[in-house]
Design a binder for this molecule. Structure first.
Ligand SMILES: Cc1ncc(COP(=O)(O)O)c(C=O)c1O
Length: 489
């Protein structure tokens, strides 16, 4: 092969790869026109495609995304008046239901008082921080730094941990999602993080990843609990060897600032690990002087039947990151935890124009008040039992359901073609999702192998709505089994 043809082959390959990743307005438009969306929805979708980037998320999670016109509680209506039951909550955001009247009233009142003035202190901000710190059950002096998005909170947790400990490395779990800003992207474990940053990688090389305890498909081929937590032992080994970067065993000097982990893995499929996993990791953190940071952006605020998902393992985190649900939909995020750590840096160490947006703080005060007043966490734990029972019945009836995780109103269902081989049922999962959407049940699918159904309804959802959602899912699973010839094994 001549030098120029070798170069050509390389360029052709890169161009072909890019073409596979590239979106096209024409292709998106075709999906819209072929869909059974109503005329008003289609008109809005056409305008969206004409003016917005093909990088928009909506078309990545739906073949043709619904156009939401209005929403209330656990119900949404599209531009053509079609009604949906929401088992998605905008990625676990609208915990108190869409347009919660009490939260909205507080928000409107604040809008008329003072809306935004850089990051200056104000009463509602002070009220909000006090209120949210009441939700931390741990027995240490608490504080927080306010940010705007989940990804930004992660950036602050990374920066602050490194500053506080003076160490360079951050450890995280394979499969974790921590956001898509440059720093957070270094922790997020997704092929698309790299593909779309070609030819530059996320610049942060001080990141070490280890496998998550995804027990249904154990990365070490073991079975819980006879595995004796091989996943923790494998991480521990990385501290013992001279040929590993986490630690200098001879000098007794570790190089790790923080372990930043999702307590349950959300975007990877709503997967719940056994409690011993994070207990074991926390013991390593204590041994080597590493901060333990629980990213509760999706799992926090009562979602899992405890206020924080990390409480299921009894681990006390040094820091936590929080976003999404804290103001029931208004953009605000937080890094919370030990005040000693949060007080270790100087004024202006981190800032962003909209941090502590007073309107979002007003919503946040009301959200916490409602959580406390209505004993929402206990309610979620109860509703979670109802949901788990329903999912257990679906597993009995449908061979397509290989396994499910469910804690509170946080559930991931793994669909497989065969329960023995656990072959991931990816096409079947897309089919089930589309069939449910047609019947008016909205949720997202995810999973390491595109084969998990994720159910995260608003925490205020009624049992009747939960039952109705499960019935729709039941029918869709049956249709998928018929279409793809899935039989019990
Ligand atoms: C666990 C977790 N951390 C961080 C983020 C990033 O949050 P944001 O999208 O607000 O930047 C997400 C978003 O889905 C998340 O699920």
């Amino acid at each position: 092969m001549s030098e120029s043809s070798a170069g050509r082959a390389f360029e052709d390959r890169i161009l072909a790869e890019r073409a596979r990743l590239r979106g096209s307005p024409e292709k998106l438009l075709a999906r819209v026109e072929e869909s059974d969306a109503g005329p008003k929805s289609k008109e809005i979708l056409r305008r969206t495609i004409a003016n917005e980037s093909t990088g928009n998320l909506a078309f990545a999670i739906f073949t043709c995304p619904p156009v939401v016109e209005r929403a209330r509680g656990a119900r949404m209506w599209d531009a053509d008046g079609k009604e949906y039951l929401d088992f998605h909550s905008g990625f676990s955001v609208n915990i108190l239901g869409h347009c919660n009247p009490e939260v909205n009233e507080a928000v409107k009142a604040q809008l008329d008082k003072v809306q935004q003035f850089a990051e200056l202190p104000c009463r509602v901000r002070a009220d909000f921080v006090e209120k949210i710190l009441e939700l931390l059950p741990w027995d240490y002096r608490k504080g927080c730094q306010i940010t705007v998005t989940g990804g930004e909170a992660i950036e602050v947790a990374m920066k602050l941990s490194r500053w506080y400990t003076g160490k360079p490395l951050i450890m995280t779990q394979i499969g974790d999602y921590h956001g898509r800003t440059a720093g957070a992207m270094a922790l997020t474990h997704k092929a698309s993080m790299y593909q779309y940053h070609y030819p530059l990688l996320p610049a942060d090389s001080g990141v070490f990843r280890f496998p998550f305890a995804y027990c249904y498909r154990c990365p070490y081929g073991k079975t819980y609990p006879s595995c004796e937590m091989q996943c923790v032992k494998a991480v521990e080994d990385q501290f013992k060897s001279k040929e590993a970067l986490l630690n200098n065993p001879a000098a007794g000097v570790a190089n790790v600032a923080a372990m930043i982990v999702e307590p349950f893995q959300s975007s990877a499929g709503y997967i719940v690990p056994p409690p011993e996993f994070h207990q074991g990791l926390k013991a390593l953190c204590d041994k080597y002087g590493i901060l333990f940071v629980s990213d509760e952006v999706q799992t926090g605020m009562g979602r899992t039947g405890k206020t924080w998902a990390i409480e299921h393992s009894g681990v006390v985190p040094d820091l936590m990151t929080l976003a999404k649900s804290i103001s029931n939909g208004l953009p605000i995020s937080l890094v919370l935890g030990r005040k000693e750590i949060l007080d270790s840096w100087g004024p202006g160490a981190h800032s962003t124009t909209y941090a502590g947006y007073p309107v979002a703080c007003a919503g946040g005060v009301k959200v916490v008040e409602i959580l406390q007043r209505d004993k929402m966490v206990e309610q979620v734990a109860e509703k979670g039992k109802f949901l788990a029972d329903g999912l257990a019945q679906l597993r009995e009836r449908h061979p397509l359901v290989g396994h499910f995780d469910c804690k509170g109103l946080y559930a991931g269902i793994e669909l497989v073609r065969n329960r023995q081989t656990k072959e991931p049922a990816d096409k079947e999962t897309s089919f089930v999702s589309a069939a449910c959407l047609k019947e008016g049940l909205i949720f997202i699918t995810s999973g390491y192998y595109y084969n998990r159904v994720a159910l995260v309804p608003p925490l205020v959802i009624s049992r009747d709505d939960l039952r109705q959602g499960l019935e729709i899912l039941d029918r869709a699973l049956g249709q998928a089994e018929k279409k793809f010839g899935i039989k019990g094994s």
